[in-house]
Ligand binder design. Structure first.
Ligand code: C2E
Ligand code: CA
Ligand code: CA
Length: 336
């Protein structure tokens, strides 16, 4: 399997950092940047995870201030025909979800990225809030679903990883759209993709927004065989309520509970209880953010069903995605 360092996902940042380090007028430029961003109403980006170096690169080079994301969207709508399936630079990476303890792959999660015209690659946390602010997030959501299903089909047609699930993250904005489930089910039909291979990952935030609508959509999906799981389980305050009130197929335990679980008795007790509770409710339990062999072994002892994380594989482009369940992957990565 080709190894892929997560740092590559944000290629360009280290170079930017070194370019900016020690630069004269640094503080002035930062102050200018803050003023520009404030004026441009970009508070979400400020509070998000966009690195300072990247903010400077994207906002300083052109003091007249054109947000690079705006720029990419404008260029896309000007140069391309959106219906033709092009994107303003969005692309997907895929991260395996594997069964414990066998490491047999049971699914992949599709994770979206955005390559800007200047070559910088942004992670979803850096642009989804912005797309939510300007109404483009529904367009992104539809694109992700279509692209992920098409990729699943390519793998399936090549008889790779038969019956593997495709997990897609769903935002509150998508679920708020009363046509979302019908549109998605029609997409599956058009692509001749079995709904049972699709898994939708909802976060608590997603779920509590317009609750009646969410329950209706989830019921429609599940009636057609689409799986629905609660993402980042345990992170928010209403996780148990979500279990009580939402029809679900599984939970993904937030990586905050997984990091260092091998040496932390509290985390072990919490994950053991969550796993037990999930199983009692008939749900599958996936641990996310598994980074070490020790965490993997502990989760095996705690009877989690599946795991996802750098220990198993980085998120990979479809081209580089060659997971074969080799039990030595994590060790290879650590020594590479
Ligand atoms: P998430 O659903 O919790 O996705 C997992 C995130 O954890 C991914 O970050 C992944 O790269 C990262 N990760 C995976 N394994 C490990 C590990 O072992 N250790 C650590 N520290 N991190 C790991 P990413 O790709 O930056 O995604 C961030 C969030 O953006 C996702 O969190 C998800 O909520 C959202 N997202 C991603 N793609 C989409 C999408 O297509 N639509 C929507 N609405 N949201 C998306
Ligand atoms: Ca997710
Ligand atoms: Ca998650």
């Amino acid at each position: 399997m080709s190894m892929h360092h997560p740092g590559e996902l944000t290629a360009g940042r280290p170079a930017l950092h070194s370019r900016l380090q020690g630069e004269r007028g640094f503080v002035t430029r930062v102050n200018n940047l803050l003023a520009i961003l404030k004026n441009a109403g970009q508070q979400q980006i400020l509070t998000g995870r966009l690195s300072r170096a990247q903010e400077m690169d994207t906002h300083m080079d052109n003091q007249e201030q054109v947000n690079p994301l705006d720029q990419a969207l404008q260029q896309w709508t000007r140069d391309a025909e959106p219906r033709a399936g092009t994107t303003p630079g969005w692309f997907l990476e895929y991260q395996p979800q594997v069964a414990l303890p066998s490491k047999v792959m049971v699914g992949v999660e599709a994770l979206v990225r955005w390559k800007l015209p200047n070559g910088d690659v942004l992670g979803p946390d850096q642009f989804i809030p912005w797309l939510e602010g300007n109404g483009w997030v529904a367009c992104l959501g539809d694109w992700v679903l279509r692209h992920a299903c098409q990729q699943w089909q390519i793998w399936n047609q090549n008889s790779m990883w038969p019956r593997m699930r495709m997990s897609v993250n769903v935002s509150a904005y998508q679920l708020r759209d009363p046509n979302f489930s019908a549109r998605t089910l029609t997409l599956l039909e058009d692509l001749a993709v079995d709904p049972a291979i699709l898994e939708l990952e909802l976060t608590e935030g997603t779920a509590w927004n317009n609750f009646g609508q969410v329950v209706a959509a989830v019921n429609e999906f599940r009636a057609c065989g689409v799986r629905v799981v609660m993402d980042d389980f345990g992170q928010g305050v209403s996780g148990l309520n979500a279990l009580r009130m939402l029809p679900l197929d599984g939970i993904k335990i937030d990586r905050a509970f997984i990091a260092g679980i091998d040496t932390d008795q509290k985390r072990q007790l919490i994950v053991a209880s969550a796993t037990n509770l999930g199983h009692q409710l008939g749900l599958t339990v996936t641990a996310e953010g598994v980074e070490t062999a020790a965490e993997w072994l502990t989760l095996t002892d705690l009877h989690c069903d599946a795991a996802q994380g750098y220990y198993i594989s980085w998120p990979l482009s479809a081209k580089h995605f060659t997971y074969h369940g080799d039990a030595t992957h994590g060790e290879e990565r650590k020594s590479s």
